[in-house]
Design a protein around this ligand. Sequence first.
Ligand code: AMP
Length: 628
Amino acid sequence: MTTLEKTHALSIQNREEFWGQQAHRIHWESPHDKVLEFDHPPFAKWFVGGRTNLCYNAVDRWLKTQADQAALIWVSTEVNKEIVFTRSDLFREVNAFAAMLKAQGVSEGDRVLIYMPMIPSAVFAMLACARIGAIHSVVFGGFASVNLAQRIDDAQPTVIVSADAGSRAGKVTPYKPLLDKAISLCNSPPKAVIIEDRGLHEMNWVDGRDQDYASLREQYLGQTVDVTWLESSQPSYILYTSGTTGRPKGVQRDTGGYAVALATSMEYIYDGHPGETFLCTSDIGWVVGHSYIVYGPLIAGMATILYEGTPVRPDGGILWRLVQDYKVSVMFSAPTAIRVLKKQDPELLGKYDLSSLRALYMAGEPLDEPTATWISQGLGKPVIDNYWQTETGWPILAAQPGIEKRPTRFGSPSFPVYGYDVKILDEQTGQELGAGQKGVVAIFPPLPPGAMSTVWGDDERFVQTYFTSIPGRQVYSTFDWGLVDQDGYWFILGRTDDVINVAGHRLGTREIEESVNSHPAIAESAVVGVSDALKGQVAVAFVVLKQPERFDVVTGQPALAKEIMRVVDDQLGAVARPAAIQFVTALPKTRSGKVLRRAIVAVCEGRDPGDLTTIEDPATLEQIQKHT
Ligand code: AMP
């Protein structure tokens, strides 16, 4: 057995010993009585009886050794500002924010909804909630009123924290009118709204409800607020994620388990160390932002970069400039961001000193081999794919260089992470499958520390949604397909809910996409299953070209379409060949970069595309419509 396998085996066979050792990585005000309580499966409680606090671990704990070192580095290419907050600056700002929340009547267990762009006060607000034991719920700034109203009604926050506006690629998006509309739509309006006025957009203030952040800050700066010690299982936050029903699920996270899980991952997976800098290009509205912009790096004594901007402004070298200027040692991004960079001048990769960078981690969607190869060769650094979900809060599958360095394989997020008893199961029989067999990626409970503890306010929904889809056994379904190869490398093959069935053959759209993308003319593609009277479904590929000017519509595109089909024929077999290749200039995506497959399918099938509040550019869907 390799060291990695031994560590994994210990973490499953002797959970209490493994996690009992990891618990020492964080500060506990009082120790736990029991590492794990699993009397009511699938509900698990970790470090029962222990009392701790996320804010204390992220901020106060590092004051002795790192008071004057950078903790939060804010870079905005939208408003052209860079501010470095030391750990003591962070302490001061978070305490001021905590004092203002308390003054608004927020106390332990109350919810605070944070609807903010990527600005420092958003992070102060999150940490301030953690400090006083309030439960934050960050809602992605790209969501609009109806989504926001649903979340307000579900979380019932005492206070909402927001700003006048966000900015993306130089375009200002006003937040306040969306928030006002959401509050008018919901049944549980907050008592108070704290607004940061960035001077980006005019606002209508609601008397008696809206409070100006700058004035409150002035009033409370210098106050210190005592840490509220929480029992380990008390909730730290709620993060809404979409499911199949359209009603968002509030993923509820614990406190002690999460802190331990993040601290452990920072060493074992991300190989990050105190005093170093972490750059994660996600958004605080997503789970990656919670875990690896805010809590993970700060708990581990690292500085973290909060970046407001796109990867291509002022040019495609901006992320590498940040790596150079702030000596970033660990970087975390998403394949989409790298695919965007692929279309930029490749010279930009060589322009900056990237010697501080040890590795680039990628997650959130499948990392296709051409993108992985391109970036890994361009950077000359390891590219590490890691696979997880909002629900788990930290990786399920990943290379774990902090335990043992093993070769990675492009297209594979490597191996199961300690703590996850993850298996590939047959979706019909629930039986475990062998090497090379495709099945559902499932986790045998208990879920490890830091993973979702329940659906906010709805234990039944937690059990029903996640633990009942595999026949005969109560296991957690990730709703992803996967397989393990002969050498133990894992592969994720797309969502079980995006599976397509062509003439009785099950196909993963992801496999077809990889094949299409391997054609050198293709920048990216989305393959969807569209209903077909004869075959049940057929695959249709929407492709974005690297150099569209090279392929005219009359001769160039039809010839290229044939070539792409031939590539798929050759690589996967004719059964997987898309019935049509449609050329578009961009794919419909959410602002977090996920392709809106369901909307594409709906449009292709002449149906209503449904909720489009998260779409980055509605014109992309109109292009799809033209092809149907
Ligand atoms: P989210 O909860 O939005 O982070 O989405 C989680 C889903 O994204 C997973 O269930 C997967 O379908 C997909 N995903 C996340 N990371 C990866 C990865 N490294 N490779 C393939 N798919 C991934």
